[in-house]
Design a protein around this ligand. Structure first.
Ligand code: ACM
Length: 264
């Protein structure tokens, strides 16, 4: 199975251009024959909303919205699965969401549970429990950016049977790329963190530099592919999702069965 991230550099609010830029990457020879693609958080809008009202104006219904529609169409046509971070609107609320689509169309949405810093002023906290979906030969789960800081998120997905954690991100703190190595080792899963690059400086006193460093990590914590800190880039790796299914660390240790839930 071939899995990939696309590391992007979106321009805030320019939804059509940002979608077109991803579609160009999808059409490029490097991504031919790929089975699963992960895009960054808020890939179509950019990150730094000035207000809830601005976010409501740019967010879309999932799966009916423009950007979702374009990616669902791409998944149908190219017969791959894709996870993308999207500003989702439902009624008067917005969610920082990740959506999954595949060769059969739209599959499901996850709404970010752990909102980071000023996201709390813009988005409603997620209300979709961590869930695992079939994506071809793999079981995949979704979490969004800062969710990594809460080990329970990756653990919940792993316990529910995820082989691959799909992790759309807009990272600004430096810790995640190394921390995801541990998340993968402690859960014996693959992870695909798709981040963006560039700077947003739309709110006074809050210049955000995104750290790139998108990566694909194996269940043994090997960094199979890691992108640069500042360039738009695609990363593709061949994996066997079954490598995530043996949860024994030694003949006498199993990472789930050995948990001492009585002591936590
Ligand atoms: C983040 O959760 N986008 C830092």
């Amino acid at each position: 199975m071939k899995v990939a991230f696309i590391q992007t550099s979106p321009e805030f609010g320019r939804i059509e251009e940002n979608v077109e830029s991803v579609l160009r990457n999808i059409r490029s020879p490097g991504l031919r024959g790929v089975d699963l693609i992960v895009l960054p958080e808020l890939f179509s809008t950019g990150y730094q909303f000035k207000s809830k009202r601005e976010c409501l104006a740019l967010a879309e219904r999932v799966p009916e919205g423009y950007a979702s529609g374009k990616l669902i169409e791409a998944a149908l046509r190219n017969k791959f699965h894709i996870v993308f971070g999207i500003a989702e609107r439902e009624g008067g609320k917005t969610y920082n969401s990740a959506a999954l689509a595949g060769p059969g169309g739209f599959i499901g949405v996850y709404r970010k549970a752990h909102l980071f810093c000023n996201e709390k002023k813009i988005f409603s906290p997620g209300n979709t429990p961590f869930k695992v979906y079939s994506a071809g030969k793999a079981k995949v789960g979704m979490m969004v950016c800062f969710d990594w800081f809460f080990p329970e998120a990756a653990r919940a997905l792993a316990v529910k049977g995820a082989d691959i954690i799909c992790h759309p991100s807009n990272l600004v703190l430096p810790y995640c790329p190394e921390a995801m190595v541990t998340r993968c080792i402690e859960n014996r899963v693959f992870a695909i963190t798709a981040n963006r690059v560039g700077v947003e400086n739309r709110r006074r006193g809050e210049r955000l530099k995104f750290i790139g460093t998108s990566e694909i990590i194996s269940p043994k914590g090997e960094i199979m592919r890691r992108a640069s800190r500042n360039r738009v880039q695609v990363g593709v790796v061949s994996i066997n999702p079954k490598d995530a299914r043996d949860k024994r660390i030694t003949p006498l240790n199993h990472i789930f069965r050995d948990r001492r839930k009585d002591m936590y």
